[in-house]
Design a protein around this ligand. Sequence first.
Ligand code: A2P
Length: 317
Amino acid sequence: MKTLEFSNGDQMPALGLGTWKSEPQAVYHAVKHAIKAGYRHIDCAWIYGNEDEIGQALEESFAEGTVKREDLWITSKLWNSFHKPEHVEEAIKLSLKALRIDYLDLYLMHWPVAHKEGVFLPKGAADLVSLEDCPVSATWGAMEDLVKQGLCRHIGVSNFSVTKLKKLTEAAAHKPEMNQLEMHPYLQQLDMVAFCRANGIHLTAYSPLGSPDRPARLKDEDEPVLLEEPLIATIAERLKVSPAQVLLGWSLKRGNAVIPKSVNPVRMEQNFEARNIEVSDEDCTAIEKLNRGRRYVNGSAWVVDGGPYTIENLWDE
Ligand code: A2P
């Protein structure tokens, strides 16, 4: 298994199991199966509402001797309603309690967006707090303290633009070690990849399969379906693998981590097998041409009338 190495020598398995949109009962079985099948990296988040069931699966897997805690890489994420520095420790402790572990390998600021305390998803402008009133740097300072306390080994961000990541990197005592963001052939994030390579920041690709199970409210009627992309299908046919495996093999070849979500045992195993798939340089050159800046997760949930966030200021594009 390819790994991403952190500056203290820790190794993150490049292929992990995504758990966004996994229903609680299904995720319990998925995580147990994934660990048995060889997955050693589980990507979680408090807002996914399923950390309790993941915790049950982890606890049982440790008790049954399937895996040891130190052989797993577990990531979770700070939700937008906990951005005030005084709420950050409480937030990680909620995740740790649910996951039934005493440290995270990686804790990420989920979005560069702040909600009022207790607001899961904003319904109006009054539910949001601007980054002027709750700066990312202040939230980050509290995340740095979590590392000092041993509650997590590494910290990073998610859904940050190059502009925001650069600003944070320049100001932070403990530099962000990871940016987790949407990345696949339709959204190759070339500027971000260049910035992160130059600054020693790792990248994790979420929605690597185009996230076909997103709720309808997050879908456009005419959106392209990544798993049905003809070029990917042609390569898959030639390599005698599935389109999903081509997408994952391509992601891994770029040197990033990738976290396909599945709750289906066959597809989970198929995705895990993608670590052994070699996508040729020639095929990668062809895939490069699919890049079209197409986001499936565009952050529109944070854009409300009269609110401080817009698609433009979220992505700085
Ligand atoms: P399921 O959980 O039933 O396997 P993403 O990681 O981009 O968010 O995509 C997740 C979606 O892709 C889910 O609907 C998941 O369904 C589906 N999926 C996961 N693995 C595969 C695969 N190997 N082939 C086809 N679809 C897959």
